[in-house]
Write a protein that binds this ligand. Sequence first.
Ligand code: NDP
Length: 483
Amino acid sequence: MRAQPAASHFVDGAFREDTAGPVIRSVYPADGSVIAEIHGATPAVLDAALSAAVRAQPDWAARRPVERGRVLLRAAEILRARNAELAELETLDTGKPIAETLVADAASGAEALEYFGGIAAAITGQTIPLGNDFAYTLREPFGVCAGIGAWNYPIQIACWKAAPALACGNALVFKPSELTPLSALALAEALAQAGLPAGLFSVVQGDGAVGAALVGDPRVAKVSLTGSVATGRKVYTTTAEGLRPATMELGGKSPLIVFDDADLEDAVSGAILGNFYSAGQICSNGTRVFVQDGIREAFLARLKARAEAIRLGDPLDPATQMGPLASAAQTERVLGFIERARAAGARLVTGGTRRGSEGCFVSPTVFADVTDAMEIAQEEVFGPVMAVLGFSCETEVIARANASPYGLAAGVFTRDLARAHRVVARLQAGTCWINSYNITPVEMPFGGVKASGLGRENGWAAVEHWTRVKSVHVGLGSVDAPY
Ligand code: NDP
């Protein structure tokens, strides 16, 4: 097996095995080969991870923030030094092309470690003058936190949670998706090598039941999930029962609006980036592409030409631009959406088929003449399938863009910057792009509104979701008691 880790879990500073847990096979979706065989966490493994976190966290929180930051900065260097190896691991686990994983996965994770390592020492409270008295606030960690990841950006998701959680003085027990269990172990190893004390970042493997057991454990003070809306509802219900905070990075059906005056080539680039990168398996994708009447056919012609030039193939070949979907189940699901869109009367502009005889490849697919009521305009596909809809005026497109239970992201392409800002201000979305799409620098908060989520990752906003505020009033005079 090409990517067998030292053991299934990383708990209390070391790899740990428990063969009593159910077998999980990690499959390379380009050819169906098994690249690693691990075991899901037993209750004993989960308990060991949580006990270690409870033990280690107070000392970590009591350290000088600059020391915590230094550990994260060293871990970032280790990830960067191992980038090529981690990129290959991520490609084998997810099927994403190496051209992407070399630049977007461990590299983005390293940036999160750098950013939060860099600001760790700047996380402070306020002083509040009160005349003769004063008050101050402390930004305290929650304690032991749980992170749960999806399968599309495994190491990035692990870093986007671990870096701010640890910078703020928390411990984190992380459960990756059972489809992509491997790179979180590499992150745990890198953090340990960087000097992170044992117990502060543990990785436990398993399915939704392990995730549910982790979330439900009373030792967990805060939960951060990246996953589907359905899972988000379950996890948030559990945390609500315990009145514990949660960050939810969930799915979307984001609008990308192209006005007549947009730079056509840039708008096509945005739509391609926002639908076909990572074979379309990105939560913030602009999968409802609204194109104004005047340029729609020109837009579709360029889109078709460029989509058909995308090189699908061996994900380990540096020239490959699109790999397979992450699993056979996801491939069947995506092909089902395509069939139903055709049956509903959407016009297939390009793609629409499985590619090749083995692996989970689906051609980049564009549907035109999509109407708001069609399933393809309402449901998250999570595959390389773009729906193009028409519109005539600004007011109309804003109303239609907002007519969705989701609100993760949105994009606007126009040369009229006054219009761009006016439209963005009215869009119900947590993250918006003007004349760009799917750019998620760690400095910029990321997250959704409505059914797409709660809380924010990245930027200073993440600090507010990995700490809680304690207020301290200080009386400097005599106490004025009424009785
Ligand atoms: P899922 O919701 O199926 O799974 C997400 C994680 O939750 C997995 O680790 C899963 O375990 C776990 N899980 C499942 N059930 C439970 C439960 N009851 N309690 C606790 N944990 C549970 O999502 P996918 O992995 O299929 O990822 C795709 C989805 O993630 C899409 O909807 C996408 O939009 C969203 N996503 C959102 C992002 C964002 O930042 N907003 C980014 C990336 C993806 P397992 O699957 O291993 O059984």
